[in-house]
Design a protein around this ligand. Structure first.
Ligand SMILES: [Zn+2]
Length: 362
């Protein structure tokens, strides 16, 4: 009893048989080798038991020549189906991918990944273009922000996680798009998490990422979601017991997390609190050095940062400061113009170091 044949991609007149995930595919060798230099090269290698090396079909003695002797691929079966779909899609199906209501994002992501693996440059480029154009119509140029209801239906957490994985692989996705995916994933996974179970699921996913910086951002997102560091000014505890109580990470949101995740959050809270205290004590006032203005701006720098004294989350301080620095020039030219690039730089350093705060070393 042989392996079952795939319903859609076992063509009776196909010329190369593949076994993928316990299923047989019979596809057209000439079509595949045209799209994929990888397979073209593989098929042109001399085969045992056959004189025919570049012919149209695979003779039964060759790999891929019969059900009993298929070319075995270790790919996920859905990925291989996505590749077949890319090879054989009809114009109407291709057109449908431009339609936000019809596009199959999951399949597009799988296609981009497997097309990249097998050097199918055209298919890879096409699938990434489709993903990017839907992204642009959903989010515009914004890197993050509020998600329109129709977009959140399309870009579910599951899709964002798959897209993030894709963006971490090789050079399929360009860095600008990757950054946007990252920001959107963080928003969806953490800012919009409803309960501890949601946080647990997203942290489990983050723990599996091979990108240390993203892991750090994930834990920071989870900590922000608990509300403990976000707004130091919001509620004033009514008595000492409340005050003591509110100084840990709130238990209800921690309940589902594993011990390692809990200790990472606790350690992150401690580090961020220390950093914030340091910023207050030592100041992040910028020297008025090399500034062409005759007015000493030192006091203005100081006041600029003091405006955020009540905020306990350093990241939120940078967010607010950046927004303010992007608006009108508050003290004439000179060192004010330094403010925005300085905050960008500070934010970058801060984000790059988050993983250390949360004890992410691997
Ligand atoms: Zn100045």
């Amino acid at each position: 009893m042989g392996l079952p044949r795939d319903q859609n991609y076992y063509f009776e007149d196909g010329s190369c048989i593949f076994s993928v995930g316990g299923c047989l595919f019979n596809i057209h060798y000439s079509l595949l080798s045209q799209e994929s230099p990888f397979f073209d090269k593989m098929f042109s290698l001399p085969q045992p038991g056959s004189k025919e090396q570049n012919g149209r079909g695979r003779s039964s003695g060759m790999d891929g020549g019969s059900d009993d002797n298929p070319v075995v691929c270790q790919d996920n079966v859905d990925s291989f189906k996505a590749l077949c779909w890319g090879l054989y899609a009809r114009p109407a199906e291709i057109r449908a991918q431009q339609d936000a209501a019809k596009v199959d994002l999951k399949r597009m992501i799988l296609l981009a990944e497997i097309a990249h693996k097998y050097d199918c440059t055209d298919l890879e480029k096409w699938s990434v273009d489709v993903l990017q154009s839907h992204w642009a119509s959903s989010f515009g140029e914004a890197a993050s922000g509020t998600v329109a209801p129709e977009s959140s239906k399309m870009w579910t957490l599951d899709i964002l996680e798959k897209l993030l994985h894709l963006s971490n692989e090789g050079d399929i996705i360009d860095p600008t798009f990757q950054k946007k995916i990252e920001v959107q994933w963080l928003t969806c996974a953490f800012s919009q998490a409803k309960d501890s179970a949601d946080l647990r699921k997203s942290l489990d996913f983050a723990d599996g990422l091979n990108n240390v910086r993203q892991k750090g951002s994930a834990y920071y997102g989870a900590l922000r979601r608990t509300g403990i560091i976000t707004d130091g000014t919001a509620s004033i505890p009514s008595d000492f017991a409340d005050m003591v109580e509110s100084c840990g990470v709130p238990e209800p949101l921690m309940s589902e997390l594993n011990p390692k995740q809990r200790s990472r959050l606790t350690r992150g809270l401690w580090c961020l609190t220390s950093l914030r205290r340091n910023m207050n004590l030592r100041g992040v006032y910028e020297p008025h050095v090399g500034c062409p203005s005759t007015i000493n701006h030192q006091r203005l720098w100081q006041r600029f940062w003091e405006a955020y004294n009540g905020i306990s989350d350093p990241g939120l301080v940078f967010d607010y400061a950046y927004a303010r620095a992007s608006q009108r020039n508050e003290w004439g030219n000179g060192c004010w113009l330094e403010l925005k690039p300085r905050i960008e730089e500070m934010t970058r350093i801060f984000e790059d170091n988050l993983s250390k705060y949360f004890m992410i070393d691997d």
